[in-house]
Design a protein around this ligand. Structure first.
Ligand code: TYD
Length: 154
């Protein structure tokens, strides 16, 4: 089953929205394969946001992502990368559609609640970046047969 990397950002931790955001992913039917709290250092953030290091807002992004520890999660589901990107909405929370996580909980482009991998290839890289192999668990919840039709589970 496909997996994706989620980061609940420091603003989400500070605002007490961790439980609410995780609840939305769980109610959707996604499986938590890994979850932990960690303080992000410069090195991992420069790697994670390598496509943005030259942007003028990068120093501010770095500071924002280090304001408190974050919650990192590995979620599993069929087509989970695409499903979660649709659930979180546009990067700028003010432009994210109501009903999306950023659209419902955020007012900022930078303090935008959550990170989620943008492709299955990046998801694999990002899960390996934030989790050791022993921190990711492969199990089948008993609810799986009520969440998917049998032919959807390859
Ligand atoms: P990006 O990878 O473009 O978006 P997404 O998080 O939706 O995949 O940007 C990464 C983060 O950088 C984004 O979540 C918030 C921050 N950011 C800014 O602070 N200002 C900006 O103008 C952009 C584009 C991103």
């Amino acid at each position: 089953m496909q997996q994706t990397l989620i980061i609940l950002k420091p603003s989400t931790v500070q605002r007490g929205l961790v439980g609410e955001v995780i609840d939305r992913f769980q109610k959707k039917g996604l499986i938590i394969a890994g979850i932990k709290m960690m303080q992000l250092g410069d090195e991992i953030l420069r790697e994670h946001y390598a496509h943005l290091v030259d942007k003028p807002f990068f120093p501010s992004l770095l500071k924002s992502m280090q304001a408190t520890p974050v919650i990192v999660m590995c979620l599993r589901g069929v087509d989970v990368v695409e499903v979660v990107r649709a659930m979180i909405g546009a990067t700028n929370s003010r432009k994210a559609a109501p009903g999306t996580i950023r659209g419902d909980y955020g007012m900022s482009g930078q303090e935008n609640i959550v990170h989620a991998s943008d492709s299955p290839e990046n998801a694999e890289i990002e899960v390996r970046r934030f989790f050791a192999p022993g921190e990711i668990f492969d199990y089948s919840p008993v609810t799986l047969s009520a969440t998917y039709a049998a032919d959807e589970l390859k």
